[in-house]
Design a protein around this ligand. Structure first.
Ligand code: PLP
Length: 407
């Protein structure tokens, strides 16, 4: 077995509240297979929908001493570069549908809304959010697809490339001081002042419906992965920002496989490990500071309120890794040494990087039952959504790597 970046620190915690058994009924108000299937039907109706590939990494599996690793590559999702395309745009769709219904007191023609034919009716509606890049791109894309106005808030360290990608969908971008959580507060303040509709991917007291619609949109990705696997996974490694992605993955797999659901491990950056800290404390816990990490999509200090209960019971272990470990995983995917050549971005590879790191710790392997018979599913949640940063970290552009993958 090859040893990963040995010098890089990481932390690990098994979750004492993890429970196996049927999916608890009380979580169904947040995430259920029915709601996920409803969201999936809407999303599949959008122009350009195609399932993303599930790619096998046989060489890495052999190196790490597991039976199989399947990588769900979200880099091509709707041409937006990440799985986030599914969530924000779905929440915008639901919000516009609800608002039209409220105004006309008639059921909205959902097919017409989805196809952009109600653009005149929604042109005076402004949607807004705060973002590290990917969620805002999804909200802006959704707004442009259906015809609404859009204003997106980005914090100090979001790259100009990411801001520009949002502007390309016709959204106004406002840069704020402070970290991601500060930009969330500023977006909420401006929205209240101007009568805009906030489409956050995180939930806080009194703000539940929209982040629930965001998470339900992610169900499509999990459904696709389940359909493409010939055998159920034994382990899933998924990265956490506010926990929306991880909760959607955990809930969908828990409902699908019940008591046989795979062992889920959540992976975060060491500098923004709010889910890890919440698991340690047994209660939602925020972490402060500038949350500085290359893994921009995971630089969140406060867990999503509605995601947390699902993670608190459904996740077997939490781990946090360094930026160096994530960059190592990006390079391995790019150079083909995993058995496939894939463009994976900084946040996108974090689950895989967590698996690589954990594999080198015998005690942690034992704690989660990771062995030669394990079939691991990871979610590659973004491609080179920041192309310049990708080139700097990997030494080649995403396009060059893709050309090697598909000459
Ligand atoms: C590429 C990528 N992966 C994972 C995540 C984490 O998702 P969540 O914040 O729902 O935990 C994000 C969040 O922005 C992201 O952009």
């Amino acid at each position: 077995m090859t040893q990963p970046v040995a010098a890089s620190p990481s932390i690990f915690l098994t979750n004492p509240r993890h429970r196996r058994g049927p999916y608890p009924n009380r979580f169904r108000a947040t995430l259920s297979r029915e709601a996920g299937a409803r969201a999936a039907a809407v999303i599949r109706s959008w122009s350009g929908y195609a399932p993303t590939p599930l790619v096998s990494l046989p060489k890495l599996a052999a190196d790490l001493g597991v039976a199989a690793i399947s990588y769900k590559d979200e880099g091509g999702r709707f041409g937006l570069g990440s799985f986030k395309a599914l969530g924000g745009a779905h929440a915008v769709f639901r919000l516009l549908a609800g608002e039209l219904e409220r105004r006309s007191v008639r059921p909205t023609d959902l097919a017409a809304l989805a196809a952009g034919r109600l653009a005149d009716a929604v042109a005076d509606i402004t949607v807004t959010c705060a973002t590290d890049g990917n969620h805002g791109r999804s909200v802006a894309w959704g707004a442009s697809l259906f015809g609404a106005r859009c204003v997106i808030f980005v914090h100090a360290t979001v790259s100009e490339g990411r801001a520009e990608a949002i502007r390309r969908f016709g959204a106004e971008v406002i840069r704020t001081t402070g970290n991601y959580d500060d930009s969330v507060r500023e977006a909420a303040r401006m929205a209240a002042e101007k009568g805009w509709f906030v489409v956050f991917d995180t939930s806080y007291p009194g703000y539940v419906d929209v982040p629930r619609d965001v998470m339900q949109g992610y169900a499509v990705m999990v459904e696709e992965a389940v359909a493409a696997l010939d055998r159920p996974p034994t382990h899933v490694f998924v990265q956490g920002g506010v926990g929306g992605l991880a909760a959607a993955v955990t809930a969908e797999l828990w409902e699908t496989y019940g008591a046989d659901a795979p062992t889920v491990v959540v992976v975060e950056p060491l500098t923004a490990a709010c889910l890890y800290e919440s698991a340690r404390a047994g209660v939602v816990t925020a972490v402060g500071g500038d949350l500085d990490t290359l893994m921009a999509g995971l630089a969140c200090g406060e867990p999503s309120l509605i995601a947390w209960p699902i993670l608190d019971e459904g996740v077997a272990a939490f781990t946090a890794i360094s930026d160096a470990t994530a960059v190592d995983a990006m390079r391995r995917l790019a150079d083909g040494s995993t058995g496939a050549t894939i463009v994976g971005g900084e946040s996108g590879v974090a689950g895989l990087a967590g698996l690589i790191d954990l594999s080198a710790h015998p005690d942690r392997r034992a704690a989660i039952g990771l062995d030669a018979s394990s079939r691991v599913l990871v979610f590659g949640s973004e491609g080179d959504s920041d192309p310049e940063l990708y080139r700097n970290l990997v030494g080649r552009s995403g396009d060059a790597v893709r050309a090697e993958a598909h000459p």
